[in-house]
Design a protein around this ligand. Sequence first.
Ligand code: MN
Length: 294
Amino acid sequence: MTDIPNVLGVHALVWVGDTSAASIATAIDQTTKAGYGLLELSLHDVDNLDVAGTRALAEQHGIRLAASRGLAKDADVSSEDPAVVARGEQLVKESIDVVAGLGGKVLTGALYSAFGKAHQPLSAKGRANVVAVLTRMAAYAAQRDVTLGLEVCNRYETNVVNTARDALALADDIGSDNVMIHLDSYHMNIEEKDFATPVHELGERLGYVHIGENDRGYLGSGHLDFPRFFDALGQIGYTGPITFESFSSAVVSRTLSNDLAIWRNLWDDGFDLAVHARRYLTEQLTGAGAAARA
Ligand code: MN
């Protein structure tokens, strides 16, 4: 196995749509067998999750855990309504507790707003609420050795941060050392000019990466400029997690799949998909990107 400085992760929706004990066991087993070192759980269905049991099983398999989520329309820290903001803060806080309980180090995603198309731009008051809440939550997370990620999402999923620059400005205003920025190639394709500039703009503040094709299907089957992205990651010396994210109507989470508009079948066999993606990522990381890093 060639040396790769990054842990390779896979999103749980490649395997299962919920977090019941049986689904978690499947996800951890398949993650291990497909050659990944990290499993990212979506906390949208967290009510079912056996936190201690999941942690123990992941440790047994030598798999790291990370978690992601978006907020909800009635629990959204970018709202102007104090009650909605308070529920959003509670959701972030509970999610930090879950990640700490899992022994994870990263909670990321749209921690700053609900997933879904906004019907107006973010207001100054709404943005101030995001900054105030995430500043408090970063302090709370720091006590639990958890880092918060701001995932840069496209305009149809949030009005808070659509570009790396938006996320940098937000992170600057939050001003906490344990808040990092998370890029996702699927969203970058929609909002960024290219795949290299945002990586260089972020530099060491890039803390998490999602790799997804433009249709969120098989890597390399679409039109994204992955060689350029991996070259840029190599040039900044990125050593954080790189997590493969893919969705198909073959694996459905009642909440997350609808929030992310997963209407089509892009694959049926998650294992074949994940093994293919791990090979693809390894090739990218040991090819041009690795040469630039050396
Ligand atoms: Mn993503």
